[in-house]
Design a protein around this ligand. Structure first.
Ligand code: ATP
Ligand code: MG
Length: 252
């Protein structure tokens, strides 16, 4: 069975960074093949992995609304195009959602997308969805059930409270979440007792388990600035040792 991992969390708290580090972890542990979905309109996961994006699903949706080639059904066209949009790398594929094409309802196009996702998903052990702050992309892709929801937070009282609110809205959204984890990112070391108190409160009062605390890391900042792939970070880097231990706790 394909397991779905979804990122959630306020803007800028580390969803894409965590997705890139998790990509590295899944590859190193041969938890392959997996599919990465960049569901952020302002896609940038590919940049952290140094992958070129040719076609996004947003562009395909636009084409679906115009004339189709003769003798091709919408189903066939969509399937063909989705395969074109799949960026294939060793051990994983990447699919980029891209910009939605303006306001209004594109229910038909989204339905085709959801159908194609259903067809694609059995090919993978994991599907990892890097979201924007909201979670509406999951419903657009017709994902009603998530195996692992990873909620990132900055190391602030309001950040932790927002993470808790995100966790709380999954149920009213009708999203079935099997396991949910709080990841507190960019935390000062040692963790201030007041922050630890806020984390403990949020955990006690929500469906989340504490996945782990990720320190602020110069290695990550420099890797991002250099434009080099996060897949090339070293096994011996402190940040890699820390996040790998966190992922071991979650995925094994
Ligand atoms: N542990 C960390 N140490 C140092 N810098 C970090 C760390 N985690 C994330 N960053 C930096 O913080 C910034 C925001 O991180 P990231 O893009 O992963 O957040 P995001 O939640 O995906 O944001 P958005 O909501 O805009 O998609 C990036 O510049 C990233 O390099
Ligand atoms: Mg992001």
């Amino acid at each position: 069975m394909t397991k779905i991992i979804a990122m959630a969390g306020k803007g800028g708290t580390g969803k894409t960074t965590t997705s890139a580090l998790l990509t590295r972890y899944l590859l190193k542990n041969k938890l392959t093949p997996f599919l990465l979905v960049d569901a952020d309109a302002n896609a940038n996961l590919n940049e952290l992995l140094n992958l070129e994006v040719d076609v996004t699903l947003g562009q395909i949706r636009k084409e679906l609304k115009s004339e189709l080639p003769p003798n091709v059904t919408r189903d066939q066209f969509m399937e063909m195009k989705i395969h074109q949009a799949l960026i294939e790398d060793t051990g994983f594929d990447l699919l980029v959602m891209g910009q939605p094409d303006g306001p209004g309802c594109y229910c038909a196009a989204n339905q085709y997308l959801a159908m194609t996702m259903d067809k694609l998903s059995p090919n993978y052990k994991f599907i990892l969805v890097d979201n924007e702050a909201g979670m509406e992309h999951l419903s657009r892709m017709n994902i009603r059930s998530v195996d692992y929801l990873l909620v990132t937070s900055d190391p602030s009282a309001r950040g932790i409270l927002t993470a808790k609110r995100i966790s709380d809205i999954t149920e009213p959204l009708g999203l079935e979440v099997k396991n949910q984890y709080l990841l507190v990112n960019r935390a000062p070391q040692p963790v201030p007792p007041a922050l630890q108190g806020k984390i403990d409160e949020a955990i006690a009062d929500s469906g989340m388990t504490l996945g782990g605390i990720i320190p602020s890391s110069d290695v990550l900042i420099n890797q991002e600035l250099s434009g080099e792939s996060y897949l090339n970070l070293k096994d011996t880097d402190d940040i890699i040792l820390t996040v790998n231990e966190i992922f071991d706790g979650i995925f094994s």
